[in-house]
Design a protein around this ligand. Structure first.
Ligand code: B16
Ligand code: MG
Length: 217
C-alpha cells in the first residue's frame, strides 16, 4: 500500500543541474582549470560542499576550509542569479500533473531535496503550494545516501517509510531511499539507477494508477 510520495527536486521536477554546471564551471575557470559536463555528472544529488571537494579534486587543488566556504558561497551567488530567472515553463514534463493527481487521490506528497535553494526554486516555478511538506538542505544537513532527508519527510507527513515511494534521478538518492526502507522510482538511466524498483525516463504519463499497479504488494 502506498500512502505518500517523496520527490527529489533537481533532475525530477526541474533541470537545475545545468545551472549548477554553469556556476561550477565559472569557479573552475577562475581557478584555472576546465570543468566538463562529464565531471558535472558526479555532482548530481551531492551536497554543495561535497560538490566543491569533487571539483577541486578534478583540478588537483586543495584549500583550507574557510577558503572553501568562501568559494562555495561565490558559486552559490552565481547559481542564484540563474534560478532567480526560472519560470513555470521549466517544470519537467509530467511533474506538475502527477503532483496534482496524487493529492487528488489522497496521497501525501513531500519534497526531499539536498538543495538549500529549494524554497526559491519552488517559488519561481509556482509549485510552492503543491507539497504537503518541503524537506530540503535547510532542514536536514546529512547528505544522501544517508536516509535522513527522506525519513524526516515521511515523519512530517505522518506516514511510515514502508508506505512511501521516492522519485529520484541520482544514484545516491536511490540509495538513500533504500536505506530509509522506502520503495523507489528512478528517473533517467536504468543502468545507473539499477537499484531502483523501477526506472522511467521522466514523469510524463506517470499516473496514480500506474503507481498503485507498480507497488501493489
Ligand atoms: P544547493 P537534489 C541537489 O539537488 C543537486 O542535485 C546537487 O547538484 C546540489 O549540489 C545539491 O542539491 C545542493 O544544492 O547548492 O542549492 O544547496 O537533486 O537533491 O534536488
Ligand atoms: Mg536530483
Amino acid at each position: 500500500e502506498i500512502k505518500a510520495c517523496i520527490f527529489d527536486l533537481d533532475g525530477v521536477v526541474v533541470d537545475t543541474a545545468k545551472y549548477h554546471y554553469l556556476a561550477w564551471k565559472r569557479l573552475a575557470q577562475e581557478l584555472g582549470f576546465e570543468f566538463t559536463e562529464q565531471h558535472n555528472e558526479r555532482l548530481k544529488g551531492v551536497s554543495r560542499m561535497r560538490s566543491l571537494e569533487i571539483l577541486l579534486e578534478v583540478g588537483g587543488l586543495s584549500f583550507p576550509l574557510d577558503e572553501m566556504e568562501r568559494m562555495a558561497a561565490k558559486k552559490n551567488a552565481w547559481y542564484v542569479e540563474y534560478i532567480e530567472r526560472m519560470t513555470p515553463d521549466e517544470i519537467l514534463p509530467g511533474a506538475k500533473e502527477l503532483l496534482e493527481e496524487l493529492r487528488a487521490n489522497g496521497i501525501k506528497v513531500s519534497l526531499g531535496s539536498a538543495s538549500k535553494n529549494s524554497p526559491l526554486i519552488l517559488e519561481r516555478i509556482g509549485l510552492k503550494n503543491h507539497f504537503d511538506a518541503v524537506i530540503d538542505g535547510n532542514s536536514v544537513t546529512v547528505a544522501k545516501p544517508a536516509p535522513d532527508i527522506f525519513l524526516v519527510a515521511a515523519k512530517s507527513l505522518g506516514v511510515n517509510p514502508e508506505f512511501c515511494v521516492v522519485f529520484e534521478d541520482a544514484e545516491a538518492g536511490i540509495e538513500a531511499a533504500i536505506n530509509a526502507g522506502m520503495r523507489t522510482v528512478g528517473i533517467g538511466n536504468p543502468q545507473i539507477l539499477n537499484r531502483a524498483d523501477v526506472v522511467v525516463p521522466n514523469l510524463k504519463g506517470f499516473t496514480y494508477s500506474k503507481l498503485i499497479e507498480l507497488f501493489l504488494k
